[in-house]
Design a protein around this ligand. Structure first.
Ligand SMILES: [Cu+2]
Length: 143
């Protein structure tokens, strides 16, 4: 637990030093679901609000916690709920997005290690204008 936090923090420091601070979304309710050992993938959620005057387009997600990190949502397909990758998402000025189970989520493929309650999972959001913003998801209990 302690070693892992240090690992995450080490990576976090590197990520922060590369951040071009420009456009920023306001972020609340950023959390990830705890996983059990052996689970390959994880999911996280955040509420994002664009309080800028310009639209912001999210084009990529990145995290040291997994080998691939994507924005997903769920769609009905022949009566079945299916996860779909959302390659980019534009939030107009004043618009917000609340991710939640069964809807938009951050998908972590191929976890480096299980998400344990109390861990902090860093995610870097890349925007179309070249700016980046890091958010930290607090790991909560599997429910
Ligand atoms: Cu997904």
């Amino acid at each position: 637990m302690k070693a892992k936090l240090i690992t995450f923090l080490g990576i976090t420091v590197i990520v922060i030093s590369n951040l071009a601070l420009a456009a920023e979304l306001s972020v609340t309710e950023a959390w990830a679901r705890a996983t059990i050992p052996g689970m390959a993938n994880g999911a996280g959620y955040a509420s994002l609000a664009n309080e800028q005057e310009q639209p912001l387009t999210l084009v990529k997600l990145e995290s040291p916690a997994s080998s691939k990190t994507e924005l997903h949502t769920h769609q009905h397909d022949n009566g079945m709920m299916k996860m779909v990758h959302v390659p980019e998402l534009t939030l107009a000025a004043g618009e917000s997005l609340s991710m939640a189970p069964g809807s938009y989520h951050i998908m972590f493929f191929d976890l480096q290690q299980p998400f344990k309650v109390g861990d902090s999972v860093p995610v870097v959001m890349h925007f179309a204008d070249g700016s980046r913003q890091q958010i930290n998801l607090e790991v909560r209990e599997l429910e």
